[in-house]
Design a protein around this ligand. Structure first.
Ligand code: LRH
Ligand code: MN
Ligand code: MN
Length: 426
């Protein structure tokens, strides 16, 4: 399945007039306020988010899984699906592989396929939260933190192998997320577990190629329900510092206890030059992995406001590895990803409308009302015509969900792949 240029032009025919009218109106309004619309649109066009290789099929819960049919069952088909989303949205120009779920069998062929679709290989994810086929040791009681050195060594070797795989594809970072922790008080010694993890991470760090970085993801609970070794940003930050200048924290929006001030975490990590990666999703209760922006869009905007501030003012912080980390239980995964990409771009565009100079002045004058007005004026702007323009400029469609449906993508995929496909991975 491949979306052709003519199909894109065809989809845009019926939408272009309306787009022009709404865009012209918005851009003249923003112009009058001193915004540089062309620059904002260019930033949106440049902003690319990786799609994880495990997100292209229906997810599921521990109670069941309901297929959407036509799901990809090989890495090639997953990249093909990302190609579809990218052709329409022009925002999904990268894939993030999970190893061992998606080890390429033919590196040259997979690179060529991705290149042709304009898709890069972003951060590679290791997996020590499941026992692998024929593995000698089990991760039941932890991986990098395990009390047994042989288990830790196996987990370290796996991470080093993931680096080797990613290196062949052009990836530049390794994302480490550990399920390590304990389910009951007394089960684990907190200090030993953290010390073992630090030592193991340092061993992996030594194996990083020169131009690579290591991203350390944190999460407060699940699958362990009493303690998690890398539970919060402080722990991740501490470990990144212990490893060295190529190690960073990774923020996954769903990995916080309710009401955590994520925008403040983002801000402080960027100030310290230690925010390396980002996983987008939304949640109401826990690590729900819902569509980005579907529950707390204002919080997402506030987070982007700090990201934009950091990208402008914190040269000490590296470019970030952006990725969607959502799961799709009741929606078509491709439609859900399109909605997430749109929500990300929307929050980014709104954050680009925040007048940081005015905000600083209002903060210095302790004009609390004005500070709030500045943020909320930006947030209340309907920026969707800017997103449409950014997509048009890159050769995408004006309305991705409408186009996805008008082109009958899912029907076509079912025709090509059949009904009984099961996506590998989660
Ligand atoms: C853990 C997580 C992590 C994993 C992915 C499957 O909850 O967010 O990033 O790699 O989900
Ligand atoms: Mn994640
Ligand atoms: Mn998660």
């Amino acid at each position: 399945m491949k979306i052709l240029k003519d199909q894109i032009l065809d989809c845009n025919k019926s939408e272009i007039q309306n787009h022009k009218e709404t865009f012209d109106f918005l851009s003249s309004t923003l112009d009058k306020k001193g915004h540089k619309v062309a620059e904002i649109v260019a930033k949106l066009s440049d902003f690319q988010v990786a799609i994880p290789s495990w997100a292209l099929g229906a997810g599921g819960t521990r109670f069941g899984r309901f297929s959407f049919y036509g799901e990809p069952s090989s890495l090639e088909q997953k990249i093909e699906d990302i190609g579809v989303i990218h052709s329409l949205t022009q925002t999904a120009g990268a894939v993030s592989l999970h190893i061992p779920w998606d080890i390429p069998s033919d590196y040259k062929a997979i690179k060529e396929q991705a290149d042709a679709l304009n898709i890069k290989f972003d951060s590679v994810n290791s997996n020590t939260f499941q026992d692998q086929k024929n593995a000698k040791e089990s991760y039941k009681y932890g991986s990098l933190s395990n009390t047994s050195k042989v288990v830790r060594d196996q987990a370290i070797a796996h991470n080093l192998e993931v680096i080797t795989i990613g290196d062949k594809l052009g990836s530049k970072s390794l994302t480490v997320w550990l399920a390590d922790g304990s389910c009951f008080p007394g089960q684990s010694n907190f200090q030993t577990a953290l010390q073992n993890t630090e030592n193991s991470l340092k061993d992996i760090y030594k194996g990083l190629p020169k131009d690579w970085s290591m991203l350390i993801e944190y999460k407060p609970y699940e699958p362990n329900f009493y303690s998690t070794v890398i539970q919060d940003w402080g722990t991740s930050f501490m470990l990144a510092n212990a490893c060295g200048e190529k190690a960073f924290s990774l923020v996954d929006l769903g990995h916080h206890l309710p009401n955590s001030n994520i925008e403040q975490i983002v801000s402080i990590l960027m100030l310290k030059g230690k925010l390396g990666g980002f996983h987008f999703n939304d949640s109401k209760y826990g690590d729900d992995d819902l569509t980005v922006g579907s529950i707390k869009p204002y919080a997402l905007f506030l987070i982007f406001n700090e990201l934009v501030y950091g990208m402008r003012n914190n040269p000490q912080n590296p470019d970030l590895a952006w990725m969607i980390d959502a799961s799709h239980n009741v929606k078509d995964p491709l439609e859900d990803l399109i909605q997430s990409l749109e929500a990300i771009q929307e929050a980014y565009a709104k954050a680009l409308l925040v007048d940081q100079v005015q905000l600083k002045e209002a903060q210095l004058a302790n004009d609390v009302v004005k500070c709030q007005e500045i943020l909320q004026n930006a947030y209340r702007t309907d920026v969707r015509p800017l997103l449409e323009k950014a997509r048009i400029n890159n050769g995408g469609v004006i309305k991705p969900i409408n186009a996805f449906r008008a082109l009958g993508v899912r029907g076509q995929l079912i025709k090509e792949r059949g009904k009984n496909t099961i996506a590998t991975g989660l």
